[in-house]
Design a protein around this ligand. Structure first.
Ligand SMILES: [Zn+2]
Length: 123
C-alpha cells in the first residue's frame, strides 16, 4: 500500500520535535483521519535555518511531515511557500489516493508557520 520511501520516513522520521527558540509556528489539522501537525521553524535573514515537526496522526501524515521538513530546510521563505502537496507526494514516490489529504496538511503547516513568522515581524 505504501511505497518504500513512505515507510522509510514513517519508520525514521527526519526533524521530529520542536526547534529551540523558534520564531515561526504553525498547527493544522484535518477531520478526515484526525491528523494534527505542528511545525516550528527558526528563520533568520529570510532563510529557514531549522525546522521540526510533531505530528499526531496516521503514517502518511508522519511521512509527509518528515519529507516536507526536509524539502524546506535551508531554503528561503519565498521558496518554501511554493512547496505543494503534490511535490511532497512525488518526493515520497506516491501515496494511496485515500491518503492524499494527509499530504495537504504538510503544505498547510509550512504555510501557516511562515504566515506566523511574517505576522510576528510586522509586530
Ligand atoms: Zn491521515
Amino acid at each position: 500500500m505504501y511505497t518504500e520511501r513512505v515507510m522509510d520516513h514513517f519508520n525514521n522520521p527526519r526533524n521530529m520535535g520542536e526547534v529551540d527558540h523558534f520564531n515561526a509556528e504553525g498547527t493544522v489539522g484535518n477531520a478526515k483521519c484526525g491528523d494534527i501537525m505542528r511545525i516550528t521553524m527558526r528563520i533568520e535573514d529570510g532563510v529557514i535555518q531549522d525546522v521540526k515537526f510533531k505530528t499526531f496522526g496516521c503514517g502518511a501524515a508522519v511521512a509527509t511531515s518528515s519529507m516536507a521538513t526536509e524539502m524546506v530546510k535551508g531554503k528561503p521563505v519565498e521558496e518554501a511557500l511554493k512547496l505543494t502537496n503534490s511535490a511532497v507526494v512525488e518526493a515520497l514516490e506516491g501515496l494511496p489516493p485515500a491518503k492524499i489529504h494527509c499530504s495537504v496538511l504538510a503544505e498547510e503547516a509550512v504555510k501557516a508557520a511562515i504566515d506566523d513568522y511574517q505576522k510576528r515581524r510586522q509586530g
